[in-house]
Ligand binder design. Structure first.
Ligand SMILES: [Zn+2]
Length: 442
């Protein structure tokens, strides 16, 4: 039955011209219940999960490996659950089930660990970080932590974030490799974020003492009672040179792909994995590496820089990072926020929980360099209340029921930058706003 399933799903993939759907994978799984056991896997399987950054990290890995001459299959065009992963593996074999790729890069959902990992038995399992996420789905970091732990095959090597005291504790019996970022000039002694997912020692429950924070709970801490502390990173990023666009990892310089710290973590993780599997000339491939434009885009229109930054709605950490990123950019700015969870309220008859915006650092908007905050969409008034509570002056806050019409409130003569913070499903609206700004300026 396996070959029937392989051939029919390959034929389906061919006929549908490899479109972005996972039906070929579902078909394969339907025709052969043991498809995962039968399909030949490449020599190296790298599985990536975590609250934030898993998609970008997978994209980095696929691009960098392909540029370095490796043949790669991945589920980057599909979903991160069983059918999408089946499709990725199926694309990696010939009609006679011989591996035709060197490496599979598999993004998987944190909660899918138990179902996914034993089936693909990864060589490496990388976890970007663990933070509070969509509450309805992910409850609490302890819950997600235990869900990931349940599925870890004992031979997989874990690649973990040493600065994250939650995810770095995964896989008690697995071999582990850590990556981390050393103390930076931008670090703070106190945590300025509302959410800090770990405060007490997980061994003896004594309050942790943090010597610095990168952001949220990422940083360095130790327990004054039992000595619990961060693991030592094998790949240690010691310097970020924003001027010359380089980062230093273990005394070697690499090109900086993006200047936000959360993307620097994604780059560090990708480099860690490449070094572990012995890839040479990483800088050569980094030269042309970019973040997918739907996630981050920067263009100059006349004298104004327009930046669109995706932030997953209902994810307070992703939104906090995007808000802080806007604050930290140089020059005078106006910020457009379109974060309506359209997808969610259509599916659930507009019953989404908005409490997460009170866990997000809207306080970052209360900065003299931000001249206006313009909020668009069905939930604009909810965000307005949150922005006012953050201390932003009422005469700086504008709302529009239409996402695209937010551009009408921009004062393009007075500013250097426009930052559009948009939800994952609102990329098209962000593009429309950019074209309206173009129309105004050109
Ligand atoms: Zn302790």
């Amino acid at each position: 039955m396996f070959y029937v399933s392989l051939w029919l799903s390959k034929l389906y993939l061919f006929l549908t011209k490899n479109k972005m759907n996972d039906k070929a994978g579902s078909l394969a799984l339907k025709l052969d219940k043991n498809f995962y056991r039968h399909i030949k896997k490449p020599n190296i399987v790298i599985a990536v999960t975590g609250t934030n950054g898993k998609t970008t990290t997978c994209n980095f890995l696929v691009d960098l490996l392909e540029k370095s001459g490796y043949k790669v299959t991945s589920n980057k065009e599909g979903a991160n659950f069983l059918p999408g992963i089946a499709k990725a593996l199926m694309k990696g074999v010939t009609l006679f089930n011989k591996a035709k790729v060197d490496i599979a890069i598999i993004e998987f959902d944190e909660l899918g660990s138990k179902k996914v990992l034993p089936l693909i038995n990864p060589t490496y399992i990388a976890v970007t970080n663990l933070f509070s996420d969509t509450m309805k789905r992910n409850a609490h970091t302890d819950y997600v932590f235990s869900k990931i732990n349940e599925g870890l095959p004992k031979d997989s090597i874990l690649v973990l974030n040493a600065d994250d005291l939650i995810s770095s504790q995964l896989g008690q019996n697995n071999k582990k490799i850590y990556f981390g970022i050393d103390k930076l000039k931008t670090d703070t002694k106190v945590n300025h974020s509302l959410v800090q997912d770990i405060r007490v020692c997980p061994k003896c429950y004594t309050p942790l003492e943090f010597s610095y924070f990168h952001y949220h709970h990422l940083g360095k801490a130790n327990c004054p009672k039992c000595g619990f502390t961060n693991p030592l990173p094998k790949y240690n990023l010691t310097n970020i040179d924003y001027q010359n666009k380089t980062i230093t990892i273990n005394k070697e310089k690499y090109l900086l792909v993006n200047d936000s710290l959360f993307n620097i973590y994604n780059e560090l993780l990708a480099i860690t994995i490449l070094k572990e599997i012995g890839v040479k000339n990483i800088n050569e491939s980094l030269k042309t590496l970019e973040i997918v434009k739907t996630r981050y885009n920067k263009i100059k229109i006349k004298n104004i820089e327009v930046i669109s930054q995706m932030a997953k709605g209902q994810n307070p950490i992703a939104v906090s990072r995007a808000l802080n990123y806007a604050k930290d950019l140089s020059g005078n700015k106006e910020v457009i926020i379109i974060l309506d969870d359209i997808y969610d309220y259509e599916a659930l008859d507009r019953s989404e929980v908005m409490s997460w915006i009170y866990d997000s650092d809207f306080e970052a908007l209360n900065d003299p360099s931000i001249k206006k905050v313009i909020i668009g969409g069905f939930r604009a008034y909810d965000y307005k209340v949150r922005t006012l509570l953050a201390g932003v002056a009422p005469n700086k806050v504008f709302t529009s029921r239409s996402e695209v019409d937010t551009y009408k409130y921009l004062d393009l003569k007075k500013i250097d930058k426009v930052i559009i913070i948009h939800d994952i499903y609102l990329n098209k609206k962000a593009l429309e706003i950019i074209s309206k700004i173009k129309g105004e300026l050109e």
